[in-house]
Design a protein around this ligand. Structure first.
Ligand SMILES: Cc1cc2nc3c(=O)[nH]c(=O)nc-3n(C[C@H](O)[C@H](O)[C@H](O)COP(=O)(O)OP(=O)(O)OC[C@H]3O[C@@H](n4cnc5c(N)ncnc54)[C@H](O)[C@@H]3O)c2cc1C
Length: 497
């Protein structure tokens, strides 16, 4: 019987685990927090898929490729949108209660950059929590063991293939196949919408194992996250309803960047916020929603209203601090269409993977779908594969920098600040060179408790390296020093839920 270890308990990992189990494998899920400690549970807007007879997979594919500035892998896009409806049906069968209209049809939301309303949601703006709960229940019901609070430190490689994983406490789990589903790396940045666990652990472990990674320069930033307490997204809809952005002097600065001011394309507003913050020593800018009044705010935005109030803020009367924030990593561990990496026996899925499906920027609500579609394919492939094939040749990044043992140790906050300042929303050669030199001079704190910090340092090095290599602006990668060839599309408007 094939033994599969799945690392990560978000939508991608749990889907892969269920598929491998249903195909007859002995599966164990390993996750560093509680089962529900994932990015998946925080997803608000929903999951995009073609479920309306008036919609087409061609339309969903076209929207995905436009958002990705044409750098998407068209085969991966075809898989994503083509298999999306089946994975939605599977989620329903596993117990996800998507919101319905009075006549029982799916309630479909329209999000920016989608040609039609195709975004399914559950519990209004609690889609991720509903999916997380249903998949967690399904895994438990299937009797798949879940090792909670077990942190992957590294992959075990023997004779050129993965044979298991090593946990932070030194325990080794052997496996015929290992599926990395460890999510993204929002914690690279001083401001992020991602929870604390998004430290790029799987990407770093894959790099150390010699797997190819790509597209790490493509980091998507959201314009408005609450800059108080735990990270929390403040939807663009709040600005759509009339809230405005002001700096420390109370000035509406968004019109400096675009004639549409606060309603300009998302990446334009995110960069305008970043510039305003840089001009005021990094203090967050403020979102002034006071004109909307307490009743409208509570009725129209109940979840955000509750989150704001939990943090002791009264946004009906006082502007709230907001910041652009790292939100989603388009790049990752290079895979084929079945999640196979370039290391035999190693698979990667979800935000950890670089399937090529997102190109240079992700279309709204396509990441949950990616986890469901490619998680299923990787679970099936891990069960099916016997000779452990690898992904085809790919653009590999250079090997990680060697560690100088006399170099100074770093702190996570120093790394996050460096990445924010020099490899964030707006990049140029001088800043990226500075970041590369600083990262190369740092060494790991060397403590067992610093496994995640080591991983952030390694992934940061690769992000900066990739950003230095791409000298033009495209998608989410914006270089202020770019000489923009006419053939490269300008940064696109993409709603990132
Ligand atoms: C606030 C917010 C809102 C979002 N809204 C949407 C939306 O509406 N629609 C959409 O499509 N996308 C949305 N996204 C993006 C989407 O939620 C994520 O991209 C997606 O959930 C990633 O799923 P995943 O399974 O790949 O990883 P995750 O859900 O992040 O799961 C990663 C798992 O790996 C585990 N792990 C990590 N490192 C280790 C380690 N070293 N050892 C063991 N376990 C480890 C973690 O504990 C976790 O269980 C949103 C993201 C955020 C942050």
């Amino acid at each position: 019987m094939t033994t599969v270890v799945v690392v990560g308990s978000g939508i991608a990992g749990l889907t892969a685990a269920l598929h491998a189990h249903e195909a007859g494998c002995r599966v164990t899920v390993v996750t560093k927090g509680a089962l529900v400690d994932t990015n998946t549970r925080w997803a608000q807007g929903g999951i995009a898929a073609v479920t309306d007879p008036d919609d087409t997979v061609a339309s969903h594919a076209a929207d995905t490729i436009t958002a990705g500035a044409g750098l998407n892998d068209p085969d991966a896009v075809d898989v994503l949108v083509g298999e999306g409806p089946a994975r939605i049906a599977e989620l329903v069968a596993r117990g996800v209660g998507f919101d319905r209209t009075a006549d029982g049809d799916f309630s479909r939301g329209l999000e920016a950059a989608h040609a039609v309303a195709r975004v399914l949601h559950a519990g209004g703006d609690a889609t991720g929590a509903a999916i997380q709960a249903a998949l967690g229940d399904a895994v438990r019901a299937a009797g798949i063991p879940v090792r909670e609070h077990a942190l992957l430190r590294d992959l075990v490689i023997e004779d050129g293939r993965v044979t298991g994983i090593e946990l932070a406490d030194g325990e080794r789990l052997t496996a015929d196949a290992v599926v990395l589903a460890t999510g993204g790396a929002g914690q690279l940045y001083a401001h992020t919408t991602n929870p604390l666990g998004a430290t790029g652990d799987g990407i770093a472990a894959a790099i150390r194992a010699g797997a190819a990674v790509a597209d790490l320069e493509f980091v998507q930033f959201h314009p408005t996250a609450l800059a108080a307490g735990a990270p929390f997204l403040v939807s663009e809809a709040v600005r759509g309803e009339g809230a405005v952005l002001i700096d420390d002097a109370g000035r509406r600065f968004a019109f400096d960047a675009h004639p549409d001011g606060e309603l300009a394309p998302r990446d334009v507003v995110a960069r305008a916020n970043a510039r305003a913050m840089a001009a005021q020593d990094g203090h967050p800018v403020r979102l002034d929603a006071t004109a909307l009044g307490p009743e409208r705010l509570a009725r129209r935005f109940p979840t955000i209203d509750a989150a704001v109030r939990e943090r002791g803020l009264d946004w009906a009367h006082v502007p709230i601090p907001v910041t652009p924030a790292a939100h989603y990593l388009m790049g990752g561990v290079v895979t084929d269409l079945d999640g196979r990496t370039t290391v035999p026996g190693l698979y990667a899925v979800g935000e950890t993977a670089r399937t090529g499906v997102h190109g240079a920027n992700r279309l709204a609500s396509n990441s949950l779908l990616e986890g469901a579609v490619f998680g299923a394919r990787a679970g099936d492939a891990a069960a099916r594969d016997r000779d452990w094939p690898v992904a085809p040749a790919v653009p590999a990044r250079p090997a990680p920098v060697a560690v100088d043992t006399d170099a100074p140790a770093f702190s996570r906050s120093a790394l996050q600040r460096l990445m924010w300042d020099d490899a964030g929303l707006v990049r140029d050669a001088a800043g990226l060179d500075r970041a590369a030199a600083t990262l190369a001079a740092w060494r790991s704190p060397g403590r067992l408790s610093a496994v995640e910090d080591d991983n952030l340092l390694l992934v940061a090095t690769h992000v900066v390296d990739a950003a230095r290599a791409r000298t033009g602006s495209v998608g989410a990668h914006y270089r202020s020093d770019a000489v923009q060839p006419a053939s490269i599309p300008a940064p696109s408007e993409v709603l990132a839920c």
